[in-house]
Write a protein that binds this ligand. Structure first.
Ligand SMILES: Nc1ncnc2c1ncn2[C@@H]1O[C@H](COP(=O)(O)OP(=O)(O)OP(=O)(O)O)[C@@H](O)[C@H]1O
Ligand SMILES: O=P(O)(O)OC[C@H]1O[C@H](OP(=O)(O)OP(=O)(O)O)[C@H](O)[C@@H]1O
Ligand SMILES: [Mg+2]
Length: 281
């Protein structure tokens, strides 16, 4: 049975459970459940702290896990990112009281508070910046006001926590994170893994594409198909109406409206856009 680690709480847990449910896996009934067995699909789900998931997967105790890229990097665990999942996006930045720090070089000799000491120490060491790193569990933004640190390094999503604490971002982002699927390094993949990964990929594609159908005059098919090349190749079917064909193609959701405008200009009519519920490509 495939053993999969899923975030039990925090920013990633709801979206991870939603993704797995859409992929046809049974998810836990209560937020207090620690384990759920999906016997039909031969998968066992373990609900764990996302920070610990990198450790379990790195040790090879669990076959696969969903966690944040930043947490994986911070842990230094022997696990590899195999798929980005498109949710839980955040960036990781240095921040200091407004006007107090010109750039990241000025961090030298200061104290940095963070919940991600692995990421911060590696970043500073790579640039030869010597600073003291203090590890805190959370609410890192308060550490400057409380005199524990001069600078923080933390996750920024909207930036409102920083503003409230009178802090501003210093320098470029340290890293960009999102939820990812991780696997133990250098281990043979269990047979069930391929199906699991294919199902998740199917959900991600179904979310990011729509199905587009339209009718177009035969002379314009080449130009229309260039606008809607699809993933493999669009389906072109004859229509009862002389000189016209029907085209069906997958189109990235983000560009669907723009593509419809361009198709209209080419003379396409009867354009319909529908959601894709699931797919295997
Ligand atoms: N606003 C956010 N705050 C914290 N982490 C976020 C945010 N948005 C996305 N993330 C990502 O979620 C992961 C952290 O999840 P985790 O559950 O450990 O912390 P959390 O959401 O801060 O929960 P808590 O602080 O309640 O433990 C990281 O990968 C981080 O990049
Ligand atoms: O840019 P924002 O949208 O304000 O989000 C970023 C904040 O959210 C997280 O804190 P969380 O609520 O998880 O509390 P914690 O610091 O105790 O982990 C993170 O550590 C930042 O403090
Ligand atoms: Mg937090």
């Amino acid at each position: 049975m495939l053993k999969v680690a899923v975030p039990n709480k925090g920013s990633l847990s709801e979206s991870a459970a939603q993704l797995l449910a859409e992929a046809g896996y049974r998810q836990r009934r209560s937020a207090r459940d620690l384990v759920t067995v999906d016997a039909d699909n031969d998968v066992e789900f373990f609900y764990l702290r996302p920070r610990d998931i990198a450790i379990y997967v790195g040790e090879g105790t669990l076959d696969i896990g969903i966690t944040g890229r930043d947490l994986l990097l911070d842990s230094g665990a022997a696990a590899d990112e195999v798929m980005a999942l498109g949710f839980g996006a955040s960036s990781f930045h240095f921040a200091a009281p407004v006007g107090s720090l010109a750039d990241t070089a000025a961090i030298a000799g200061r104290t940095v508070a963070t919940s991600y000491p692995g990421v911060v120490r590696a970043w500073l060491a790579e640039r030869g910046i010597d600073a003291k790193v203090v590890r805190l569990d959370g609410a890192v933004e308060s550490s400057v006001r409380l005199g524990v640190a001069d600078v923080i390094a933390d996750v920024v999503e909207t930036g409102s926590t920083l503003r409230q604490a009178g802090l501003e971002i210093v320098g470029e982002p340290i890293l960009a994170s999102e939820a990812v699927v991780i696997r133990p390094k250098d281990r043979p993949a269990p047979v069930e893994l391929e199906i699991f990964e294919r199902r998740l990929r199917g959900v991600l594609v179904a979310r990011s594409y729509v199905m587009m159908d339209y009718d177009i005059r035969v002379e314009q098919v080449e130009a229309a198909v260039a606008l809607t090349p699809g993933i493999e190749s669009p389906t072109v079917s004859p229509l009862h109406r002389e000189g016209w064909v029907a085209v069906r193609s997958m189109v990235p959701r983000d560009s669907a409206q723009k593509v419809m405008d361009e198709l209209w200009a080419l003379g396409a009519r009867g354009t319909l856009v529908t959601d894709i519920l699931a797919c295997r490509l």
